[in-house]
Design a protein around this ligand. Sequence first.
Ligand code: PNS
Length: 185
Amino acid sequence: MNKGVAVYPGSFDPPTNGHLDLIERGSKMFEQLVVAVLRNSEKTPMFSLPERLEMLRELTKDLSNVRIDTFDGLMVEYAKSIDAMCVLRGIRAISDYEYELQMALMNRKLEPTLETVFMMPAVKYSYVSSRLVREVAQAGGPVKDLVPEVVEQKLHEKLDPAYKLRDTQLIEVPIRREKRRKKKA
Ligand code: PNS
């Protein structure tokens, strides 16, 4: 077992500023931090697995000791397979604690040698969750300051497909008009 390896498991649907804050803190604490996205969750995600991996890879590209991976089945089995000694989880408020404690104790029952380490994200992110970000974005509200810019862009693209075409249309429309003008002349 490698004492320097920790796993940060989650759904990351989508990754938020709170997740990123925790990844940055974790990367300073552990030799290697593996951010592991759960495959085949029962929930239907807003972002596909490849989309979430792409966002996480982009967000952590400057953190050399952070690796992005996926896992299926029991998290403790995955932790063992990558030789991790710790599980990192974030606690934002007391309301998170009950669920996190239950999960940590279940994981300890399944694998007594695996420790769970809780860390708090910055206070300014203490109310930010992926679920609320999805809810606000789906209702057309602003998510700036809640998620990194890359994620904000992806949310716009997902919820308003026309957004992606925005720049192309701005260029193409004048060209088409120009062609029509030439035809008339
Ligand atoms: O970001 P989330 O949705 O709070 O993450 C939850 C996650 C993925 C960490 C948790 O559901 C998990 O570890 N699932 C894998 C299945 C497992 O090991 N279950 C037993 C632990 S209670």
